[in-house]
Write a protein that binds this ligand. Structure first.
Ligand SMILES: [Ca+2]
Ligand SMILES: [Ca+2]
Length: 252
């Protein structure tokens, strides 16, 4: 049952001392013999969703149910499915309240984003048709262009083509002001949980240091509208001194 709050403009339409509210309830979905999941012997919860659906929880049935605004069942979930590692006689419990969050809810980003390695496996299957063909592993270089397959994928290159054209995706130093060292490269877009791209720098090619964002460098990212993005990395450096750059790509 949905209780319609007496809204008017930005606030409530309420007369002090007088009753308020709808004269009759709005029922979105209700228990019936053909809709037995909308029942809980002792506790339960409901959440009105943005699309008008309603998510209900039955504590005693240990079940979650979503109905649309016309009372039609959209899906239901028997929470004992989360206990398949137990003997059947030991499954069961109570869920008092459940809350549904959209997939892009910021608090879930670590759960919904994947590592570059997971993403590589999906790409590997789509490009090679299989994930176990020789020469298609992360560290293999199938087309012998000196770029390992993981880097081919991460930089939006072709693992089966060593043509010079795709090499423009690799990091390249650009000239700018004397106290800046600017590198440009292309990489795939993605919300990766393991933050796969990092930079190292050196002034003598012997000692390398991990570059700290916003301290050692600033990034400028442009969407190429084709699944890749262009990245400009601007390092601050001492005027007149040299600097070397390394792009590090981490799978996990
Ligand atoms: Ca290669
Ligand atoms: Ca290649």
């Amino acid at each position: 049952m949905e209780i319609e709050v007496p809204y008017e403009g930005d606030g409530y339409a309420y007369t002090p001392g007088a009753p308020f509210g709808p004269s009759a309830p709005t029922i979105l979905a209700e228990y019936s013999p053909s809709n037995p999941l909308l029942n809980s012997a002792f506790s339960g919860g409901g959440q009105k969703l943005e699309n008008g659906h309603i998510l209900t929880t039955s504590a005693s049935l240990f079940w979650l149910v979503e109905h649309d605004e016309n009372g039609n069942l959209v899906w239901d979930f028997d929470a004992r499915q989360l206990q398949l590692d137990r003997p059947e006689s030991q499954r069961g419990g109570q869920i008092f309240k459940a809350q549904k969050y959209p997939l892009d809810y910021s608090g879930l980003s670590r759960l919904t984003s994947i590592t570059l390695e997971d993403s590589y496996d999906a790409w590997r299957e789509s490009v090679f048709g299989s994930t176990d063909l020789p020469g298609t592993g992360i560290l293999d270089d199938l087309d012998l262009d000196g770029i390992e397959n993981l880097a081919e994928y991460a930089l939006g290159m072709d693992p089966q083509n060593s043509a010079a054209g795709e090499l423009s995706n690799l990091p390249e130093a650009l000239s700018e002001a004397e106290d800046k060292f600017v590198v440009e490269y292309t990489r795939i877009e993605g919300n990766f949980s393991n933050e796969p791209f990092s930079y190292e720098y050196s002034t003598d090619l012997l000692n390398w240091r991990l570059a700290v964002p916003d301290v050692d460098y600033a990034e400028q990212v442009t969407d190429n509208q084709n699944g890749t993005e262009n990245v400009l990395v601007r390092f601050t450096k001492e005027e007149g001194s040299g600097m070397f750059f390394r792009l590090s790509i981490s799978a996990k």
